[in-house]
Design a protein around this ligand. Sequence first.
Ligand code: IMP
Length: 214
Amino acid sequence: MVRYEGMEFVESISASEIQEAVRRVAQAINEDYVGREPLFVCVLNGAFMYASDLMKHIKLPCEITFVRMKSYEGTETTGKVNMLIPLQEDVKGRDVIIIEDIVDTGITMHAFMNELRDLGANSVELTSFLYKPESLRYEDAKPKYYGLAIPPAFIIGYGLDINEKEANGYTPLMLAAMLCGCTTNTTNTKVGRGEQTSCHNPYQQCYYLITDFI
Ligand code: IMP
């Protein structure tokens, strides 16, 4: 368990679950893009670990490039997308696959996917390691290829940061415990201090080990 900015984070997705999800996504992309040469666009900072793991399993001829965007302050979306490092490559006629860390409201990917289409990409698809279905406001930003669906809690680790911090170190992903507890269909929603229970994410194979509440 980790404390940061008044929140307690608990391990929610293990390293082996992460790797299994990454392999599953890579396999789907490998199958769907046979005969094509996609251009992957990794969205920094959050997606750097996912992109690194994903690319190890991609068996297609391909290229990768990077952009940097920011839409979050702390644990809240600002509703505005800032492009800090813009796209360098010409995407005209290319089959683009965006690599993102997490889709929350979808505002970031809605804006970026439209931009790539306007620039003349042949196709634009999205892979996001995580996806919060309950938070999605832009249907077109639903990732075609995602690793795990999670409840609308704030999560850190595996490259995902909070105010640029805490992205490192935790290979497993950590969810804010108090949010996790009230958004999953656990049979034991009230968890006492130190008590352990596992609750099952209704969306996917993703288990939380809740050990504490603030
Ligand atoms: P959206 O535009 O609301 O979908 O937010 C997407 C971006 O917000 C991601 O690329 C992340 O940078 C950030 N974000 C959203 N949710 C989280 C989270 O739970 N942890 C860390 N970053 C997040």
